[in-house]
Design a protein around this ligand. Sequence first.
Ligand code: ADP
Ligand code: MG
Length: 287
Amino acid sequence: MAITFKSLSYIYDEGMPYAHHALKDINLNIEEGKITAIIGKTGSGKSTLVEHLNALLVPSSGSLEIEDTIILPGKKNKGLKALRKKVGLVFQFSEYQLFEETILKDVAFGPKNYGASEQEAIAKAKLALKMVGIDESYYETSPFDLSGGQKRRIAIAGILALEPKIIVLDEPTAGLDPKGSQEMIDLFVKLNKKAGITVILVTHDNEIVYNYADNTVLMADGEVKYSGNTLELFNDKEKVKEFNILEPKILSVKNALNDKGFKIPSNVRTIDELAKYLSKELRKWTI
Ligand code: ADP
Ligand code: MG
């Protein structure tokens, strides 16, 4: 397993009267090479959980293993700089962290900070910008002149320039228009499918979860209530009811069609796939 949480708990302001137990005894594996969604209501602990993945937060108790790095409570953890290169964390509203005067400089900042020469850093930045779909005509533009979705992609390029094996995105589509959201989704699917990067995605959008996430982790009140295959979760009527999980539209349509006699396989999970399946079935009927 690439990532393993073992009895991990996290308390904000530990020892203070207003201490808050945000994560409680988390035992969790996150599979390498997959897209894993983390869902749950606001305040359930999603951001706190993912901020452990690059040791921005360290556990109050328990541990976290990421490949060969073990993160334990206290300040003596070793290898965190290397870990932060391996695990890229894209914060919610990451576009607020852009600061350089040109896009190319902004993206090259990370690799330079990790010891790359100017030339190497620029080469890595150009590659990362290409991955996020920003072409060279933008290199000398100020990042502040771009749209929200573009800015966020620049921030992601800054992380990709460090060549992470794991990328963690906290609510990457929040506040984007439909086009910006779709570009963001296409980006993380491409990072996973083409570049083989493990993608961990905090999101409120169950359409995205159902369409793209191999696995899903459901959080409630600082605890993991489900961790496993995404389709199994959405098909688990008790869990869906207990945790008030909004049914993705595509699943409602599939269920309605199945009630009318179709037998749509569970791996049909996007509108495109459903359209293909139905046109094939309907062709059979008309012969
Ligand atoms: P989510 O990302 O699921 O909305 P968070 O991980 O941000 O949840 O928060 C989990 C709980 O921890 C919430 O009750 C929240 O109020 C609390 N919390 C988050 N950040 C802090 C902080 N910096 N100090 C104190 N409590 C916090
Ligand atoms: Mg959050």
